[in-house]
Design a protein around this ligand. Structure first.
Ligand code: FAD
Length: 402
């Protein structure tokens, strides 16, 4: 009998780690492993805000997949998944198709605009490597033509960020460091450039500890960001956001929406039952009703049964999903009992630029400023080490000896 084929869709945190763990758990004789991804590179989604603001070299954010996963052991397919035909156990891609015995869906998130009028049309999104390159280029273009294009005014230089959650605030943290540099480069007075964050909830960073929120807000305001809280965005136009009860227009030349995410739309197209755009998985991370399909990372709605709410979608969780999934695929192959996924929370740190951050770790210890920023870099570098060992860490790490 032919060996079973395990197909992993998406080479993000969950997909890369699952593939690595499968390679460890199974010999080449036991299973064929296939990894499908849109591009030939893996990128660190957790660094996308830096890419969008232009505070990191794009090549530091992406890693060639074949440098981490040997094409001799894993069939690497660089193609875009279009649909999963569950009935026939097939994956349809733009240029080819493939059957599977076991499927791992790790296709990440897409932005969710919650139907805010005009957002899809006029805003940029921190969504993937390409969408962030576009933001970076657009901001620089606005600055580059400010003096020579008569249609440009101060509002054209303004950057408006919708959503004061984790991604929005980390992005603003990068912008307050990048904008002074762009002003210098293009001979523009820093006072002319507004960086504005709009959040509907009463405070930015909903869910974070009160002291951490207060620290983050002060840090960003002191470096020139405007934070508008408790204010709903009613509409997005080519000129900016229309906000609040009085429908006030906040103008900007760059509009970025970071206010919501949902699972990859392939899930919907493929007929999975969804909760807020994600698949509510069983405790063993399988899609209900499908014994051979695992859903991981930002595509999965994983319930924290003790607290009766879902775990937040994080890279930390995605990597832990990978371990359980790889273990469970092996268990399925050998008719052994499957493991339940248990999340082990190591804490959260949100960066506010290169040298500032806020977070809480393990036992609830709060971190601020440089110590939090250092912790963030340690977390980033730890991931690189887990993924590609010391070689990758030296090449792409944030603490580099050169
Ligand atoms: P991803 O890592 O996003 O990977 C999805 C992969 O699927 C990508 O490679 C993509 O190219 C591929 N793909 C998508 N569609 C297709 C298709 N149709 N066909 C083929 N391939 C496709 N989490 C933390 O734990 N800590 C943090 O500090 C943190 N910071 C963050 C900062 C920002 C700015 C953002 C946006 C997120 C942050 N997160 C953080 C959340 C974290 O990045 C996500 O939870 C994590 O990336 C989810 O991993 P994933 O494997 O599900 O998806």
């Amino acid at each position: 009998q032919a060996k079973p084929r395990i197909v992993v869709l998406g080479a993000g945190y969950a997909g890369m780690m699952t593939t690595k763990k499968l390679l460890k758990n199974l010999s080449p004789e036991e299973a064929e492993i296939v990894l499908v991804n849109k591009h030939n590179y893996h990128y660190q989604t957790t660094w996308l805000h830096e890419l969008a603001a232009g505070t990191i070299n794009p090549n530091q954010v992406r890693i060639m997949i074949r440098d981490i996963i040997s094409p001799n052991r894993v069939r690497l397919i660089y193609d875009t998944v279009v649909e999963i035909d569950k009935g026939n156990q097939r994956v349809l891609m733009e240029n080819s198709e493939l059957t599977y015995d076991y499927l791992v869906v790790a296709l990440g998130y897409e932005s969710n605009t919650f139907g805010i009028n005009g957002m899809d049309k006029h805003a940029f999104f921190i969504e993937n490597f390409e969408s962030c390159q576009l933001i970076r280029e657009h901001i620089e273009y606005q600055f580059a033509r400010y003096h020579s294009d008569p249609t440009m005014d101060e509002a054209s230089l303004a950057i408006l960020v919708g959503g004061g959650g984790y991604t929005g605030i980390e992005f603003v943290g990068e912008l307050v460091e990048k904008i002074p540099k762009l002003c210098k480069k293009y001979d523009i007075d820093r006072g002319k450039v507004k960086i504005i964050n709009v959040e509907a909830a009463p405070t930015i960073l909903p869910g974070f500890d009160h002291d951490l929120v207060a620290y983050a807000k002060k840090s960003l305001q002191e470096r020139g960001a405007e934070i508008i809280e408790g204010t709903k965005i009613n509409e997005c136009t080519a000129e900016g956001f229309i906000v609040g009860e009085n429908n006030e227009l906040i103008k900007a030349g760059t509009i970025v929406w970071t206010g919501g995410v949902k699972g990859n739309s392939i899930l919907d197209k493929s007929g999975f039952e969804l909760t807020k755009g994600k698949v509510t998985v069983n405790g063993d991370l399988r899609a209900p009703g499908y014994d051979n399909i695992f859903i991981l990372g930002d595509c999965a709605w994983v319930m924290n049964k003790a607290e009766n709410r879902p775990y937040p979608p994080t890279a930390q969780a995605a990597m832990q999903h990978a371990t359980t999934c790889a273990q469970n695929i092996r268990a399925l192959m050998y008719h052994e009992p499957l493991e339940e996924f248990v999340f082990s929370d190591k804490g959260t740190v949100a960066s506010l630029g290169v040298t500032d951050a806020v977070g809480s770790i393990l036992n609830g210890t709060k971190l601020y400023g440089k110590s939090a920023a250092t912790m963030k870099k340690v977390v980033d570098d730890r991931y690189l080490f887990l993924l590609g060992g010391p070689k990758l860490l030296l090449k792409k790490g944030k603490f580099r000896p050169f």
